[in-house]
Design a protein around this ligand. Structure first.
Ligand SMILES: CC(C)(COP(=O)(O)OP(=O)(O)OC[C@H]1O[C@@H](n2cnc3c(N)ncnc32)[C@H](O)[C@@H]1OP(=O)(O)O)[C@@H](O)C(=O)NCCC(=O)NCCS
Length: 187
């Protein structure tokens, strides 16, 4: 069955509740994520009330299987936040399809750069536990996923590059990894 895409803000209460459940379950490996009671529901409700945020839901056979959001931070630069696929539907192309859908939408709106932060507060990369100051950019050039796996592998496959690190923003040795992709057709 093929995927269909819908505006997340237009979903009814039960599918919005499902979006919150997917957010919590997909990011359960991140200690800083949405594990607290009501946190995922508050994130979905809050984002849906923001004018500068858009969300796209992917449905298969009427069931929500993943969703992607973007914050319109700059005139020509949007931040992807978040991208989550239900654990039982991962590694079946849903995340790639959502990303392609958002990229097409962004291109259509004149966006030149998409960017995101992908935390490592669980040991998914070689940066975990490392002091990254003072030469932060030297560390940025060495980033690799560990055997635990990290979403940066997924984004790299789709043309995103590491453009920076925010050391210790999730606690000592727990950085955010900044990635970006050019949507400009000629460079
Ligand atoms: C990252 C995520 C959105 C990818 O969606 P998906 O539907 O599973 O991805 P796709 O099936 O389209 O693409 C799969 C490919 O991307 C890579 N990939 C996907 N998820 C990955 C992960 N967590 N770690 C490492 N590589 C991953 C793999 O190379 C995979 O290929 P494979 O299936 O042959 O192993 C999804 O796994 C997810 O929701 N993860 C948890 C939440 C998360 O980390 N979100 C990103 C936060 S910035």
């Amino acid at each position: 069955m093929t995927l269909s895409f819908r505006d997340l803000k237009a979903l009814g209460p039960s599918l919005r509740a499902e979006a919150a459940r997917i957010l919590r379950d997909a990011l359960a490996h991140l200690p800083s994520a949405y594990g607290a009671p009501g946190a995922a529901e508050a994130e979905v409700a809050g984002r849906c009330s923001e004018d500068d945020w858009l969300g796209v839901a992917a449905l298969r056979d009427g069931a929500l299987v993943g969703w992607i959001g973007a914050i319109k931070t700059y005139d020509a630069g949007w931040e992807i936040h978040p991208l989550v696929v239900a654990p039982s539907h991962q590694h079946r192309g849903v995340g790639s399809a959502l990303l392609a859908h958002l990229e097409a939408r962004a291109r259509g709106d004149g966006v030149l750069t998409l960017f995101l932060g992908s935390d490592d507060d669980y040991g998914g990369t070689n940066l975990f536990g490392q002091p990254l100051f003072p030469d932060v950019l030297a560390h940025a050039a060495t980033v690799e996923a560990t055997l635990r796996g990290h979403a940066l592998t997924f984004y790299r496959k789709h043309g995103y590059r590491i453009v920076g690190l925010l050391p210790d923003v999730n606690g000592v040795g727990r950085p955010d990894i900044l990635m970006a992709k050019s949507l400009a057709s000629v460079r």
